[in-house]
Design a protein around this ligand. Sequence first.
Ligand SMILES: [Mg+2]
Length: 160
Amino acid sequence: MLGFLAPHYRIASVLELTPERLRGLGLENLLLDADCTLKRYRSEQSAPGVAEWLDTLRQAGFGLCLVSNGLGERIGQFAERVGLPFVARALKPLPLGCHRAMRKMGYRRESTAMVGDQLFADIMAGRLAGLTTFLVDPIHPEEEPWFTRLKRGPERWLLR
Ligand SMILES: [Mg+2]
């Protein structure tokens, strides 16, 4: 029960996802949440180390695409800054945005993972799309809007 809310892996930060670890799991592509995963909610810059991490994965040949519930303009600016393709208004926890990104990028389910900080968005969407899922600790979650913070209590409860 509730398997669609259970991440396959929990990590402190995306920086833990090295090319070696991802290859060891048979993964070639990552769908990446933006807010609180790659950056602080209120920041337009990626968190420390993230730009270098993205470069490392790109140079190692990994496919990378942002999948965010944020609006196109805001997410598009961030995507441009970090040099990534993106799908905005992804409607996570529905799997639609993941499917759109996989079609756009030509990714296969078996070799793709969804990476994000929210059970009720990223993990559920990734699970419903049949992907491997990584839950990261959110970067400065206190900056999120109230409707996102509401979900943190039940999330903590479920993770125990
Ligand atoms: Mg997020």
